[in-house]
Design a protein around this ligand. Structure first.
Ligand SMILES: Nc1ncnc2c1ncn2[C@@H]1O[C@H](COP(=O)(O)OP(=O)(O)OP(=O)(O)O)[C@@H](O)[C@H]1O
Ligand SMILES: [Mg+2]
Length: 457
């Protein structure tokens, strides 16, 4: 049983929702617009808010923002007419748990309400009753020390339990598959299969039958009926990796499958329903492909209802050290943790990581293979890192001088400046971080979060 607040300016909807949810034992209160709901939220505590988007004078988006500020613990489900789905998606980005298009089916409503309540409960269990605001080093298997990666994890946490199609973008090796797996394992489908499909690796002639299956005799060599990967993912998640390489003619079939949730086998004459959540990834910019005419615009919009962008590793230097530790621990298998030379850390942080996290993982394996006296020294590093460092030892410092560096956002620049300042203050305080934090008027935890490398000594 949960305490639920419903805001809608349509009295029929209010009374309908009231009836359905009360009959399930929930404690329901009603508000005829956002203003009334806001007052009720101030004076009473709720588990869940179900709110219409279009209301006068205070609309659903305003109410959502107020609720996130005042009562971050309250889960929010938005109700929306189909035409305003884009707004509903905006709402999810602002922290709504999910949306229900009107008119909704009763079982769909009840399932969404249940998921929202379960999710809110799991949050308060994890955090002992407070919202998860502090940056965490880990989210499942994902190392996330930098602000960019913490944001990715927050987004995963928020959208994993929904049924929405999700697009994961990022350069090669940034962790797209890892994020797709996390989306699956944090969803209600986690007991079902996770089926990764590399669309680029499937030959064009076979891709349709691989995805949707075929019936006997559909083409030469189709000697028996065969299920496709969509069916293999039934009750779980299909991860369509490198979706950009799906041929145009198949894109329309995929679009139809997403829209209708039904598929048709090659050579078959019947469509049938499969319950699959789709997560897609691309290491090429789909918007560019849409402009070039090689990717369907309607499919692009369908897939990108929610998109999660993983920043390249060079934009999140804080993660380099945390990932280094993570990969060492992974490889150690119970052995003794090796010492790491400071010079090595400087080189790792300085490198531009064109192959992103996968490249770092390989570098650590290389280091561990050439370990001497259980020490990671410069000599254990692949030579390309050393050469790159010798050629450009101040790559990180270039950001500090304010020189233009391609691909470096203003945020990354400011973060680098901030780091430099923090380090100066620590030095001025003779290395006393407690004092430094006091001078800076921030907590020690914040200081460590901003300077993870200082945590080590
Ligand atoms: N934040 C992270 N924490 C821990 N491990 C990570 C993280 N990001 C990536 N990895 C690891 O790095 C490797 C590459 O990640 P993954 O395969 O998910 O990247 P990808 O974006 O799918 O790459 P590609 O575009 O080449 O397919 C994997 O071994 C993955 O476990
Ligand atoms: Mg991948």
């Amino acid at each position: 049983m949960a305490k639920i607040l419903i805001a809608d300016d349509d009295p029929t909807i209010l009374s309908l929702l009231n009836k359905i949810l009360t009959s399930k034992g929930h404690d329901v209160q009603l508000a005829e617009h956002g203003g009334v709901a806001e007052e009720l939220l101030k004076s009473d505590s709720f588990d869940l808010l179900i709110s219409d988007i279009k209301m006068e004078p205070v609309d659903g988006m305003q109410l959502l923002r107020k609720t996130r500020q005042m009562r971050p613990h309250v889960g929010v489900i938005m109700l929306t007419a189909y035409a305003t789905v884009t707004t509903a998606v905006e709402a999810m980005k602002e922290g709504a748990f999910d949306y229900l298009p009107k008119p909704f089916k009763i079982d769909e409503l009840l399932a969404t309400v249940k998921r929202a309540i379960d999710y809110q409960h799991s949050l308060s269990e994890q955090t002992g009753g407070t919202p998860p605001v502090e940056a965490k080093k880990y989210f499942g298997n994902i190392v996330a020390e930098s602000e960019g990666m913490v944001n990715v994890c927050e987004m995963v946490k928020r959208v994993a339990p929904t049924k929405t199609t999700i697009m994961v973008t990022g350069q090669s090796g940034t962790g797209k598959e890892l994020v797709a797996e996390a989306l699956h394992s944090h969803s209600a489908r986690s007991d079902g299969p996770f089926v990764p499909v590399n669309c680029a690796a499937l030959p064009e002639t076979l891709i349709e039958s691989e995805l949707f299956g075929h019936v006997k005799g559909a083409f030469t060599g189709a000697n028996a009926n065969k299920d496709g990967l969509f069916e293999a993912a039934k009750g779980g998640t299909i991860f369509l990796d490198e979706i950009n390489s799906i041929p145009l003619q198949l894109q329309s079939k995929l679009l139809r499958a997403i829209q209708t949730k039904k598929i048709r086998k090659v050579g078959g004459n019947q469509e049938f329903e499969v319950d699959v959540r789709i997560v897609a990834a691309s290491n090429q910019n789909l918007e560019t492909l849409v402009k070039e005419g090689t990717f369907r615009e309607d499919l692009f919009y369908r897939l990108s209802v929610i998109s999660i962008e993983i920043p390249p590793l060079k934009q999140r230097p804080e993660d380099v050290l945390a990932l280094t530790q993570h990969f060492i621990e992974q490889e150690l298998e119970g052995g003794e943790y090796p010492a790491i030379d400071n010079a090595v850390l400087a080189i790792l942080q300085n490198y531009s990581w064109p192959g992103n996290v996968r490249e770092l993982e390989n570098v650590i394996q290389h280091c561990l293979t050439f370990l001497k006296d259980n020490k990671i020294t410069k000599e254990t590093l692949p030579s390309k890192l050393i050469i790159s460092y010798e050629e450009n030892p101040g790559a990180q410092n270039a950001a500090l001088t304010g020189e233009f560096e391609k691909g470096k956002s203003l945020k990354a620049f400011l973060r680098a400046k901030e780091k430099e300042y923090l380090k100066n203050v620590i030095n001025t305080m003779g290395g006393d971080k407690v004092k430094a934090a006091q001078e800076l008027d921030i907590s020690l935890a914040t200081l460590y979060r901003k300077l993870p490398e200082e945590k080590q000594d």
